[in-house]
Design a protein around this ligand. Structure first.
Ligand code: GLA
Length: 684
């Protein structure tokens, strides 16, 4: 993949809010940043009321003084456009810019992201502030790039202001042309939903039974939100390109209802991500056996990498997190902030900024801790940042010259992500299976990528991988099936799970035997299927031939029928009324293989398939690692770099059968070595 020019040099830095602090602190802040090895700050993304205190009155003095000091201390600056926080004068004077809930409640001033992307007035005012800021800072010697807005679709990712309903109607007219086509796409013949005039068409509005919409309308709603977000971002992106052509442009994600790939391709130089691995203590740890916890962020970083092979971490967690009323997270233990920094870097980040320099003393985020505490005295997080800064001052540019390398990828796509948000017959399965595969691979030290199947995906994109896993692509267009067929015919291995290929792009069920569009590739049909839940105990599977247990056939079972001579049943169900019937099949198709797994994957099943395929760690010849240590590989012209990341608080024993150098310390390493708790080494 092509290196990204703007990310050729490695940079470490922090998010900084001069407007939150007495001016007397600024110079000391920048001086200390530079001593820690920081070379970049992001500023201003919420400062609209400072730049434009009244409509049409602009003031740059505060940031001019702050940026002059940053420049004096050799710190470069990313400016955020401040449109995530419209000022009170704006929303008071133009209430039509506010977002509205589905129930019709207007979301008022007082938090952030209280606006909608459709209001022409908001677009106009956003364009003005963006242009004024770009004109003012386009030649500033410290400024090198821009962040558009902040975290599109965070806090809220649905929009029901009158302007949104109007914009949706126009979007539908452009997409379908006629009401007949819209009626067909949304299947409105069902329950007498047929529209006879465009004025009758809206974004989903409250309905009986928990406000459930027509499912095809719900899918188009997500597509519309994504397009509308991108077109709003483009208003700013176009201005920045024109007025400040020497600066790069990015934005930070990753949030729902947004095709971040398209946004990146059309508007940005590279994508940025905000990484808070301690969210795992709130969202993901609950009842899971063997939870990935903070290591799970490596999977999300794979999604970020699929957007932009190298990227920035615009906000890297650097302390305990929390708002006054929610998101109460523990403090990172000694070493964890360093571990997470290298987790981001191992997965492709060439720029990392901590969130934030110092914990705010006012507002909703007084518990969202920065590197510095309120008291501003030396602390352990500052010392840890200094260690990282010193290491990367030596190693950063060598790392920046490389890209993550994997031979197996998990496929995803936006159609299924958005359809599966509403459709419980496949959406939840994708999450379970995706995590199962990631765990099974990651615990075996097999690096994996995430690849989004999009209309522009080419055979070359797929052929970078030996194995592709596409867990439950319920929606599968015939063109996608053809591309996957070509990949397998030319030697690739693909693995599908249940619920593959039975819907078209509108979410209509195909009138064909399952797996619909993928039936030819898999050489099978699905005779019957059932959810596996409630009183129905999980069914089991056995490998054909040996009769060895495979695993529980989770959540959904499809009874398969082998249709093609080149296909065989490699495993059978071992319980319920379909015991003995095919559960997993393999079709030799051209030079490659297409596997079909009739249930939802779990870690054990993924692991057994990995072993049957003979996949192992690319470093297995010379490196032995315990399960707690993740292996990530970045490769460039100067050869590979092996990142070993210990997610455990306990030391881990690692064995190297070849001598390597730790890029971070310069020490030569070989034989047995102990990686300290939360320890990291980068071997070259
Ligand atoms: C997000 C935002 C930041 C801050 C942090 C912590 O990532 O971009 O402004 O709110 O979360 O809550």
């Amino acid at each position: 993949m092509k290196p990204i020019d703007a990310l050729k040099e490695f940079r470490l830095g922090t998010c900084y809010y001069p407007e939150h602090w007495p001016e007397a602190l600024w110079e000391d802040d920048f001086r200390r940043m530079s001593e820690l090895g920081f070379s970049i700050v992001r500023v201003a993304e919420f400062a609209w009321s400072i730049f434009e205190p009244e409509e049409g009155v602009f003031s740059f003095e505060l940031f001019d003084r702050a940026l002059a000091l940053a420049h004096k201390h050799g710190i470069k600056v990313i400016i955020g456009t401040p449109t995530a926080t419209p000022p009170a004068w704006l929303t008071h004077k133009y209430p039509e810019v506010l977002n509205v809930t589905q129930e019709g409640v207007t979301l008022q001033h007082g938090l952030r992201r209280h606006y909608n992307y459709s209001s022409q007035k908001y677009r106009e005012l956003s364009a003005i502030i963006t242009r004024k800021m770009a004109e003012h800072y386009k030649d500033h010697p410290a400024v090198i790039g821009w962040q558009i807005d902040n975290e599109f679709n965070c806090e809220i990712g649905v929009f029901y202001a009158p302007a949104d309903h109007d914009a949706f109607r126009i979007w539908l007219q452009e997409k379908y042309g006629t009401l007949d086509k819209l009626n067909e796409a949304w299947g409105t013949v069902f329950w007498s939903q047929t529209y006879s005039a465009w004025e009758q068409v809206f974004l989903p509005r409250p309905t009986p039974a928990d406000h459930q919409p027509n499912p095809h309308q719900a899918l188009d709603e997500k597509r519309f939100i994504s397009d509308n977000t991108i077109s709003y971002a483009k208003v700013q992106g176009d201005i920045l390109r024109k007025v400040a052509p020497n600066h790069w442009v990015t934005t930070n994600g990753l949030f729902g209802h947004l095709d971040s790939h398209r946004m990146n391709d059309e508007l940005l130089d590279f994508f940025s991500y905000d990484s808070y691995p301690q969210f795992s203590t709130i969202f993901y740890d609950k009842n899971e056996v063997n939870p990935l916890a903070d290591r799970g962020w490596s999977q999300t970083l794979g999604a970020v990498r699929s957007i932009s092979p190298n990227f920035a971490i615009m906000e890297q967690q650097s302390g305990p997190g929390g708002w006054v009323n929610r998101m109460d997270m523990p403090s990172p233990k000694p070493g964890q902030m360093r571990l997470w920094t290298y987790q981001s870097i191992a997965h492709g980040a060439n720029m990392v900024l901590y969130f934030r320099w110092r914990t705010a003393t006012v507002g909703n985020e007084i518990y969202w801790h920065g590197i510095n505490d309120y008291h501003n005295q030396p602390n352990r997080r500052v010392r840890e940042a200094g260690q990282i800064g010193a290491e990367l001052a030596g190693a950063g540019d060598r790392i920046a010259n490389t890209q993550f390398k994997a031979e197996i990828a998990l496929l995803r796509d936006y159609d299924n992500e958005w359809d599966g948000e509403y459709d419980v017959w496949h959406g939840p399965f994708t999450w379970q299976s995706g995590k199962a595969w990631f765990k099974a691979l990651n615990y075996r030290h097999i690096p994996s990528d995430m690849l989004y199947v999009r209309s522009g995906t080419t055979i070359e994109d797929l052929k970078r991988y030996k194995v592709l896993v596409y867990p439950h692509p319920a929606i599968m267009r015939d063109e996608t099936a053809e591309l996957l067929e070509q990949y397998v015919r030319e030697g690739g291995i693909i693995i599908f799970g249940c619920r593959t290929g039975y819907k078209n792009e509108h979410g209509h069920a195909y009138m064909r035997p399952f797996p619909g569009a993928a039936a030819g590739l898999c050489g099978i049909s699905v005779e019957e299927f059932t959810m596996v839940k409630g009183s129905r105990a999980a069914t089991s599977m056995k490998w054909s031939g040996s009769g060895e247990a495979l695993t529980g056939a989770d959540s959904f079972n499809e009874i398969l029928v082998v249709e093609s001579d080149s296909a065989e049943a490699v495993a059978h169900y071992a319980s319920d009324y379909y015991a003995g019937k095919p559960a997993v099949t393999k079709n030799v198709f051209g030079e490659g293989q297409a596997w079909y797994y009739g249930a939802v994957f779990n870690e054990e099943a993924a692991g057994q398939i990995i072993e049957r395929l003979g996949l192992s760690s690319p470093a297995s010849d010379w490196l032995t690692l315990p399960k707690e240590v993740e292996l990530a590989i970045r490769e460039g012209e100067d050869g590979p770099l092996y990142f070993l990341l210990n997610y455990s608080e306990q030391p881990a024993l690692v064995t190297l059968n070849e001598e390597k150098t730790d890029l971070l310390t310069g020490s030569k390493l070989s034989g047995s070595l102990t990686l300290e708790g939360y320890g990291v080494v980068v071997l070259s």
